[in-house]
Write a protein that binds this ligand. Structure first.
Ligand code: N01
Length: 541
């Protein structure tokens, strides 16, 4: 096997990998990027299902690292659709000449730390092997698509799709009878579009979701310019907010709020669109009584929109607080259930029993379908990492180390795996924030760390076990001060049979977290251990 050397291997060419490649190459590091897809874009490369769209405003869901880039790029809609975001990722790759550093259609299968050389040996499915001082997992938080193990699936005669791994060619559903399994964000975006094309769509729902209207529309020049004219200041403000996004958060309590104040706030935010409703009160995700007012407001909206009261009641989420499963942002989702060609099947009393050759059977009834769309989510935050055979000190595997749930220091590194970084790893705010802001913060932190090590001739960095234990405890404690653990969400690992129930992202907020990371550096990389390079050891001897 041909083994080559480089300074840094990056796994993944989504928004994390692209920016990291740009930064590190600019500083003179030799970098190799491996990407399983045949092009850039990460989550926006794979999630091509009809209706896929970002739930963060375009002017905010974009890189801030280049003033030229943010001035020259024009978004056509307030919330961008997947094709435009993918086009943006491609534009960035071309503009900064990133493609030549990326090996496409190549999956990293293993990464082993060699204690003697203090380097990572990274192996790919193409039989290539690389020796690198650093290995960075820019693998994304929700990139391992999950299809439940339904009996009979192999014998199904129709076509199956997964929203998280959608074909690249246009699929024409005209005249087709489709099943959609799942009612998470992906399903909620796809169903209205599928319903317009297909002869009939049957939606199989286990847990109804709270969804808010996007109020998406064309980008106006005035709105785009209100950002572009002031981007530097607005981006800086964004970085210090809890969600890494502006215009959402009111720093007032909802406890004891007057009925008319509350009603006005909710109506205004419902009309404004996006997830702003959740930012109406600072204790929305902490106090159950405040949360219930917003949850009931949304249920009432559903009862108004959906004409059949029984269907409306089935669609109205109950039993868990609003926002504790990722809030969905839709374009006409609830309205779609007023169409004649859309039906809702509640799986609570009659779950899916099996896939049949012609469709599927619940414990109550059989259905025939030409196609089944699995909108059944992802093995989030850890699934993609576990697909790679990652071995650290003493041959310890990441899978074994994290058997009881992911353990990291700051979501950036994990003990016993020196020089292995994660971008937006478990234990960092990641999916609870505007990912672009969190990605840039992590990439900048990692880059600064490498520069610090280069300047001081340091060979390895790894978190100490006490620092990691303390961080894991802190992540857990702050999560349990909120309502988040009350929902059986993918944040908790609850969607994967046998996965430990741990609240994986850090709820402390993007701004607070950034300060913690900066303080760690100011305190001499508190909680991290460095080992000097062999040159230095030799010199000292
Ligand atoms: O996946 P999900 P998703 N039988 O896990 C159901 C991001 N995203 O792909 O809730 C029947 O949310 C499951 O039911 P239940 C966003 O962060 C962002 O929709 O487990 N049903 C659920 O309804 C999002 O949160 C955007 O009871 C089964 C659904 O499948 C994340 O991706 C757009 C089942 C899975 O929902 C994941 O969203 C889209 C079974 N055996 C996605 N197994 C943006 O806008 C599972 N389900 C940026």
């Amino acid at each position: 096997m041909n083994t080559q050397n480089c300074d840094v291997v990056i796994v993944g060419a989504g928004f994390s990998g692209l920016y990291l490649l740009h930064r590190l190459r600019g500083l003179g590091y030799s970098v190799r990027v491996f990407e399983a897809g045949d092009d850039v874009g990460g989550t926006w490369y794979w999630n091509r299902y009809p209706g896929a769209r970002c739930d963060v405003e375009s002017m905010q869901y974009s890189y801030s690292f280049s003033e030229e880039l943010q001035q020259e790029w024009d978004w056509s809609e307030r919330f961008s659709a997947q094709p435009e975001i993918l086009e943006y990722a491609n534009h960035v790759a071309d503009r900064f000449d990133l493609r030549r550093g990326i090996e496409f259609s190549t999956t990293v299968t293993a990464a082993h730390f060699n204690e003697e050389s203090q380097r990572w040996t990274v192996t790919t499915d193409k039989g290539e092997s690389l020796s690198a001082q650093f290995c960075v997992m820019a693998t994304g938080c929700i990139s391992a698509a999950q299809t439940p193990e339904f009996e009979g699936l192999a014998d199904y005669r129709g076509t199956t799709y997964h929203t998280g791994n959608w074909p690249h060619e246009e699929i024409d559903f005209t005249g087709k009878r489709i099943a959609v399994i799942g009612t998470g964000s992906s399903a909620i975006q796809a169903i209205p579009v599928l319903a317009e094309q297909a002869e009939h769509v049957t939606v199989f729902q286990r847990t109804p979701n709270y969804s808010l209207p996007s109020r998406n529309g064309p980008m106006t020049e005035d709105y785009a310019n209100s950002w572009k004219d002031n981007y530097a200041a607005l981006r800086e403000e964004q970085r210090h907010t809890p969600k890494g996004a502006l215009g959402e958060f009111r720093n007032i309590s909802g406890i004891g709020a007057a009925d008319d104040e509350r009603a006005t706030a909710y109506e205004e935010r419902w009309d404004r669109g996006g997830s702003a409703l959740l930012g109406s009160y600072r204790d929305m995700l902490v106090d159950e009584s405040v949360n219930e007012t917003a949850a009931e407001f949304v249920r009432d909206k559903i009862r108004t929109i959906v004409k059949d009261p029984q269907v409306a009641e089935l669609l109205a989420a109950k039993g868990y607080p609003i926002g504790t499963k990722r809030i969905c942002i839709d374009s006409g989702y609830f309205e779609t259930f007023n169409r004649d060609n859309v039906a809702l099947v509640d799986l609570n009393d009659t779950p899916i029993d099996r896939i049949t050759p012609n469709g599927l059977a619940t414990t109550g009834r059989s259905f025939d379908f030409d196609a089944i769309v699995f909108a059944t989510g992802f093995d989030a935050m850890t699934g993609t990492l576990f697909k790679i055979d990652i071995q650290g000190l003493g041959g310890a595997t990441l899978r074994d180390k994290w058997q009881a749930g992911p353990r990291t220091y700051l979501g950036l590194m994990t003990e016993a795996f020196p020089n292995l970084f994660m971008i937006t790893g478990p234990g960092s705010p990641s999916v609870l924030t505007n990912m672009m802001v969190s990605i840039e913060q992590h990439v900048d932190w990692v880059t600064d760390c490498l520069e610090h090590m280069r300047a001081d001739g340091l060979a390895t960095i790894a978190p100490t076990l006490p620092a990691q234990d303390e961080w894991v405890e802190h992540v857990n404690v702050v999560a349990h001060r909120t309502l988040f653990p009350k929902a059986a969400s993918w944040y908790m690992g609850a969607n994967i049979p046998g996965k430990p129930r741990i609240f994986m992202p850090y709820v402390g907020g993007a701004g607070t977290y950034r300060k913690i990371c900066d303080d760690v550096v100011a305190d001499g990389y508190k909680g991290f251990d460095f080992l000097p390079g062999t040159d230095r050891v030799a010199a000292a001897e």
